[in-house]
Design a protein around this ligand. Structure first.
Ligand SMILES: [Zn+2]
Length: 492
């Protein structure tokens, strides 16, 4: 190993170079977006975050949130200024310890101009002090901070971070997190990962949560309210932390009968997807009125409405499947949403098969038969659906149909090797639909471009050599699991 030793004179010269850029002309503002064609202003250019430390205080009675975000990042270009995505009111910004100028721009941009420009490839510490009432903020018509009778929840896709912490808000820039929130005694805080400690002082209790694996901004969640928290360990050794609002009413039993099976279902999914990638698993059910569920990393958000008709293991399987497909391996751009939703829906089909309520093939046949060729369903391309159709049911059902077609094309041995190998191939990283096709071709040794084109990229009903030839919908029986799976159509 060689380490260059500089003479004292050289050191002084090097310091001078850092302080005064040799070529100030090369320093330019970081882009206000990370370059996602679906959402031009989501995320930012010029830097890469490695860690967020959020030290906050929240008062449920007034919805007042205040605190400090400390962001560790590395510059990827010479920067004269850079953006964070944020909506609350900022009182001070420091960059590497020095007060920086800041201004708001556009719908949700916080533009930070440090006293000294930042050279490419340097470590930067950004401290943002802020406060605000998140429920009073909106951007692009979105208002995704959900108040509850005893607190609030941040869980939405793709927009949720802007209401509670400044970030580089795009899945391409994943980071680790410490989320520390003080709330009035008697109230709980739920977030990702594992609870490290709690402490009480002067009527406030502070909860310190840690996510030690890379996590996308939209998968970072915060819930404040009065919760009953349960802990256990799965048979496979995964710590499980679940939380239930004490105000779930008639849905309480069904919610627990579903979410308390998290450990069992994580172990079951590990059989298909490989070892569980995170330090803990679990879910929380706050007393929100929104209807969906979301794969927030290690701690899934479930609306109580998911359990209004009784226990629903299918939605739990869906969200837990995302821990591998979406959270461990995140999409590169939002057009790659099939990587998330196609596989989470397919996991529900595998669960149906396991439960004897219809095989994946029967579910694929039913989807294929239920939508005639002139149905608008087939105009949605799961491989690139466009921002308006990103969560269209076709991304889920046609997306899962594509996966069954792949299974039939390559055979079960190669198919299940692909399912299990993919999270390992891109562990804690990002990947695209094109990356998946390339990987599936590598593992199976088959050319799959015609199949992927027909099932994911053509705005027409595929001619189905890989799915059984079927006729009218009446010719295909509805699988027993269909109604329950259909009831999860509005989940993420
Ligand atoms: Zn989903």
């Amino acid at each position: 190993m060689h380490r260059r030793i500089l003479a004292p004179g050289a050191l002084a010269a090097a310091s001078l170079l850092l302080a005064i850029p040799a070529s100030a002309a090369s320093y330019s503002p970081g882009a206000p977006g990370i370059g996602d064609p679906y959402y031009p202003y989501y995320g930012n250019g010029g830097y890469d975050v490695s860690h967020y430390d959020l030290r906050l205080q929240y008062q449920p009675a007034t919805d007042e949130l205040a605190g400090t975000a400390t962001i560790l990042a590395r510059t990827t270009q010479d920067l004269s200024s850079f953006d964070l995505d944020f909506l609350l009111d900022v009182s001070e910004v420091r960059v590497n310890g020095v007060k920086a100028d800041f201004a708001t721009s556009g719908q949700h941009e916080l533009v930070i101009t440090p006293k000294s420009p930042l050279a490419q490839g340097t470590q930067v510490t950004v401290v943002v002090r802020y406060s605000g009432v998140p429920s009073t903020k909106s951007a692009y018509g979105f208002d995704t901070w959900h108040r509850t009778p005893d607190g609030a929840v941040a869980a939405d896709e793709p927009e949720s971070a802007w209401w509670w912490y400044p970030s580089n808000d795009h899945p391409l820039d994943k980071a680790t997190y410490d989320v520390s929130v003080a709330v009035p005694d008697g109230t709980q805080v739920i977030s990702n990962g594992l609870l490290q400690s709690t402490s009480s002082k002067l009527g406030w209790t502070r909860y310190n949560w840690r996510q030690n694996k890379p996590q996308a901004t939209y998968l970072t969640t915060l819930a404040v309210g009065k919760f009953d928290i349960t802990t256990s360990t799965s048979e496979g050794g995964v710590p499980v932390v679940n939380a239930y609002s004490k105000d779930l009413g008639d849905n309480d039993g069904a919610a627990r009968a579903s979410v308390e099976r998290t450990g069992e279902l994580v172990d079951w999914l590990s059989g298909y997807f490989g070892p569980y990638p995170f330090s803990s698993a679990g879910g929380y059910v706050p007393n929100t009125t929104t209807g969906y569920a979301l794969e927030t990393q290690t701690r899934v958000y479930y609306s109580p409405k998911q359990f209004a008709n009784g226990a629903n293991t299918s939605v739990v399987v869906h969200e837990l499947a995302h821990q591998w497909y979406g959270d461990d391996v995140s999409l590169k751009g939002w057009k790659d949403i099939w990587i998330n939703e196609g596989f989470a829906r397919y996991a529900q089909w595998l669960w149906s098969e396991h439960e004897g309520e219809g095989t994946a093939q029967e579910l694929a046949d039913y989807v294929y038969a239920s939508h005639p060729a002139d149905d608008a369903f087939w105009t949605v391309k799961p491989g690139d659906p466009g921002p308006d159709d990103q969560f269209d049911i076709a991304v889920y059902d046609r997306g899962a149909l594509a996966i069954q077609a792949l299974r039939n094309e390559v055979g079960d041995d190669a198919f299940f090797a692909i399912l299990k190998g993919w999270p390992k191939e891109h562990a804690y990283g990002n990947a695209s639909v094109a990356d998946f096709e390339e990987y599936a071709e590598k593992v199976s040794g088959k050319s799959l471009s015609a199949l992927f084109d027909a099932y994911l990229f053509e705005p027409t009903k595929p001619v189905a050599p890989a799915v059984k030839a079927v006729g009218a919908v009446a010719a295909v029986a509805q699988p027993k699991s269909w109604k329950q799976i259909e009831a999860t159509n509005d989940v993420h």
